[in-house]
Design a protein around this ligand. Structure first.
Ligand code: TXA
Ligand code: MG
Length: 330
């Protein structure tokens, strides 16, 4: 177990980037900001480092990781791009889009990171700190969200610290992230498929492709019996407190996660109330979502009532994460 490590926290800057690259090369685990959420990085070519990463997060090893690279040229060394994939990469990288593609014959990403699949998930992040680290390190970096498996994803360095202090080597603090929900994942199969709604709205992807994205089958199982996006199963973004969606009123003892300018019945008794966006802005709501879920969860309310959130733009990703947070657990 790598519990008991001394986890340093460095403010983003040249020294932090150099230390991050040094630790990654030595097989270490480094958390850094991306534009979507904080990631927990390891050398994608180092199976021992990846094994430590799964262990630090408590993540099942059948749930594959995203390889992060600095540019399209680096991505093409690890996966094969068809025309649709090229168009998506050229339009949206760097940015909050992950592509699932067939591996190249000499794909350097360790099999452990791809859970034995023939495909690999790749993304080119736009956050300057992530880019500097990828550039200094020079190899692909696998990076899941930097939370304990099953917790909500971290949008600040403090969230990372509360989940992973003592389990990883370094946290690079680049302040709060901008987008706040994880990248959209598109499987570049015969027809491009939206495997996970995320920080790039479906409408923008479909406009570029000139066609609707396919939906994953209900049970998420592909022909191989492998889930198409294995991490999307079950309750993946779960606070401990019960989450009640589509609330039209607040019940006694509940906290309220509000959206928009309107009040609902019972709001005066809610403890506490946090509003994702008073002005009804879905981008602002996405950026606040995980932090507010963490904060409300810490208040020990009977349940968290959640007001309806519109489904357009980033609303699809917000509603997806809320639905997962609301799955009943034992
Ligand atoms: O915004 C993001 O994507 C963040 C930042 C850190 O880049 N990362 C992130 O990673 O959300 P993670 O590990 O929390 O989620 C990765 C998702 C999982 O649902 C996993 O099952 C899926 O990507 N995935 C990875 N490789 C795959 C593959 N070959 N086929 C299908 N799904 C895959
Ligand atoms: Mg995650």
């Amino acid at each position: 177990m790598n519990v008991g490590l001394k986890t340093s926290i460095l403010p983003a800057g040249e020294a932090a980037v150099a230390e991050a690259a040094r630790l990654l090369a030595a097989g270490g685990l480094v958390s850094f900001p991306t534009e979507t959420v904080y990631g927990l990085g390891a050398d994608a070519t180092n199976a021992a480092a990846i094994a430590r990463l799964y262990q630090a997060k408590g993540r099942p090893a059948f749930n594959p990781l995203i390889a992060h690279v600095g540019d399209l040229a680096a991505a093409r060394r690890i996966a094969r791009f068809d025309a649709a994939a090229m168009a998506l990469a050229e339009a949206f990288w760097p940015g909050p889009l992950t592509l699932v593609l067939p591996k190249t014959g000499d794909c350097p990403v360790a099999d452990l990171a791809t859970a034995g699949l023939e495909t690999v998930a790749i993304r080119v992040p736009s956050h300057p700190v992530a880019r500097q680290i990828l550039c200094a390190f020079g190899r692909p970096v696998v990076a899941p969200s930097a939370n304990l498996s099953g917790h909500v994803s971290p949008t600040t360095a403090a969230h990372v610290q509360s989940d992973l202090a003592g389990r990883i080597d370094l946290i690079v603090d680049g302040g709060p992230v901008e987008v706040g929900v994880e990248s959209s994942i598109v499987g570049c199969f015969e027809v491009p498929m939206l495997l996970r709604p995320g920080g790039l709205p479906r409408g923008e992807i479909e406009r570029l492709l000139g066609r609707p994205l396919a939906q994953p089958p209900q049970d998420q199982a592909g022909d191989s019996g492998q889930p198409l996006a294995p991490g999307m199963l079950a309750s993946h973004y779960a606070p401990r407190t019960r989450v009640r969606l589509e609330a039209k009123r607040v019940e006694p003892g509940e906290a309220l996660l509000a959206f928009g300018p309107d009040a609902i019945a019972g709001v005066d008794a809610a403890t506490p109330v946090m509003n994702l966006s008073e002005r009804g802005d879905l981008d602002e709501a996405a950026a606040r979502l995980f932090g507010y879920l963490r904060a409300l969860d810490a208040r020990g309310a009977r349940a968290i009532a959640v007001m309806p959130v519109p489904h357009h733009g980033l609303g699809e990703a917000i509603n997806d994460r809320l639905r997962r947070a609301a799955v009943e657990r034992d």
